[in-house]
Ligand binder design. Structure first.
Ligand SMILES: *[C@@H]1O[C@H](CO)[C@@H](O)[C@H](O)[C@H]1NC(C)=O
Ligand SMILES: *[C@@H]1O[C@H](CO)[C@@H](O)[C@H](O)[C@H]1NC(C)=O
Ligand SMILES: *[C@@H]1O[C@H](CO)[C@@H](O)[C@H](O)[C@H]1NC(C)=O
Ligand SMILES: *[C@@H]1O[C@H](CO)[C@@H](O)[C@H](O)[C@H]1NC(C)=O
Length: 416
């Protein structure tokens, strides 16, 4: 057993500020901190660059994201890498590499309480890092309006490379950026490892090394002696690292991360009915500092959303937990428990806004909201005090945030 020491440098919990707007004034944003909504670059800057590529992360930084999001997977030989899907055919050229043909497989695993099956594909968990580095990333072909110029240019990065890039943009652009890794499918990535929390502990050790996490409860380092982490590029004297946050759909892993590090945890969810009740949120508040539902939960609400997805629940159990929280009460109920909010995903304006756009079906819900454009969509969420939002097209989101800030400023002046 070895206890990982506290990081000696740089664990800055100061919040990142936008490149474009001075957010230090009190303009009555209804967030927990009273500051403006923090923009999280979803998979980097996905609207313009192949997601999770080094270009995507740099572009997110240049556009003034507050946080830049990586999704984590684990290779067969134990390297943490960044990619959204657990499988590879959708956003890489894996199918065209003859030497990897033999690794095509079917897999079934549990993610966010739901069983998921992917057939005839290639999986990060089955490839070594060396094999994965043969691949090149592209935009998924069904996003035809996105720039395709960079398809085939970038390789899949390791988590370390991601952290080095965030350190680099912090130094080179002269402002902090938040890191917000999401551990994808721990129930898949921990299969066949030497112990059940292998994936989580690797992520913790790596974050600790880079100064973005302190370990608060002993973890077993003896299974990770093969992990050779690179030396850190020194930070200039006046530079400060941005904040860090974990995310996970798996509630067990979310609780584990919260109990083993000082890093706040985002509990992601769109599949667990108990989660969207008063007693459910009480339970979540024991480990999560931030709650992140799919944005429809603030529009049509849990019941309508679950029905649309054929997700069933035990009515008696939900009633015992206090019933589903109405969509227009959800933000207040989360804030009341001291947790921040971080709904996903806000696409760029080329894309369908993906609302059910129907009346919520809970008796107390009167909500019907079909935003007519991006400003309408963003302002609805800003007005409810979202603390963070996962956005694509960060420039667009940043401009809308500025417009909203100006609106608050005008209202404040008028009321004086
Ligand atoms: C995946 O399963 C399907 C049928 O369920 C089968 O036809 C196919 O051969 C399997 N693919 C692989 C790579 O094992
Ligand atoms: C593109 O395809 C993926 C995988 O089938 C799907 O998840 C995504 O929603 C699709 N996007 C669009 C814009 O059609
Ligand atoms: C970070 O910056 C250093 C110095 O310019 C460079 O050598 C290194 O390759 C960069 N790291 C990544 C992952 O881009
Ligand atoms: C839900 O079930 C209906 C009826 O079986 C089906 O038509 C629909 O596609 C399902 N929706 C989802 C999201 O699975």
């Amino acid at each position: 057993m070895r206890i990982f020491s506290l990081a000696t440098t740089g664990l800055a919990l100061a919040s990142a500020t936008s490149a474009f707007v001075d957010d230090t004034r009190d303009l009555r944003w209804r967030t927990l901190s009273g500051k403006m909504t923090q923009l999280v670059g979803h998979r980097g800057e996905k609207a313009f660059m192949p997601e999770h590529s080094r270009a995507s992360y740099w572009q997110a930084a240049l556009e003034g994201a507050d946080y830049i999001e990586p999704d984590l997977g684990l290779t067969k030989d134990g390297h943490l890498v960044v990619n959204h899907n657990e499988w590879l055919s959708e956003n890489t050229n894996v199918a065209s590499i003859p030497e990897l043909a033999y690794l095509r497989a079917n897999r079934t695993w549990v993610d966010d309480g739901k069983s998921k099956t992917v057939t005839n594909d290639w999986f990060i968990a089955d490839l070594t890092l060396k094999q994965l580095k043969l691949l090149r990333i592209s935009q998924a072909t069904n996003y035809s309006w996105r720039p395709q110029h960079f398809n085939g240019v970038f390789d899949i990065l390791t988590f370390e490379e991601y952290l080095q890039i965030i350190r680099n943009v912090t130094i080179e652009l002269g402002r902090p950026f938040g890191v917000i890794p999401e551990l994808k499918s721990p129930k898949l990535y921990n299969v066949g490892r030497s112990y059940p929390r292998f994936f989580e502990d690797r992520a913790i050790i790596t974050m600790n090394h880079y100064g973005w996490a302190q370990v608060t409860k002993q973890i077993d380092g003896s299974k990770h002696t093969d992990l050779k982490l690179a030396p850190l590029r020194p930070l200039p004297k006046d530079a400060k690292l941005g904040p860090s946050v974990w995310q996970c759909f798996d509630q067990d892993t979310a609780a584990y991360l919260a109990h083993h590090t000082n890093v706040p945890v985002v509990a992601l969810n769109e599949n667990l009915p108990w989660f969207f009740t008063p007693k459910g949120l009480d339970r979540v508040a024991k480990y999560a500092k931030i709650v992140s539902p799919w944005k429809d939960f603030f529009v049509t609400g849990a019941e309508a959303y679950f029905k649309s997805q054929n997700i069933t629940w035990d009515a008696k159990e939900i009633a015992k937990l206090g019933g589903f929280i109405a969509p227009d009460r959800l933000a207040a109920e989360v804030h009341k428990r001291g947790m921040a909010l971080s709904p996903y995903t806000f696409y760029d304006s080329h894309q369908n806004m993906n609302y059910l756009c129907q009346k919520g079906v809970t008796p107390q819900s009167k909500t019907k909201f079909c935003p007519k454009d991006k400003a309408d969509e963003f302002f609805y969420f800003f007005a409810q005090g979202m603390d963070y939002m996962f956005v694509e097209n960060i420039v667009e989101a940043n401009i809308l945030r500025t417009f909203y800030n100006n609106k608050l400023e005008r209202e404040q002046k008028r009321s004086k």
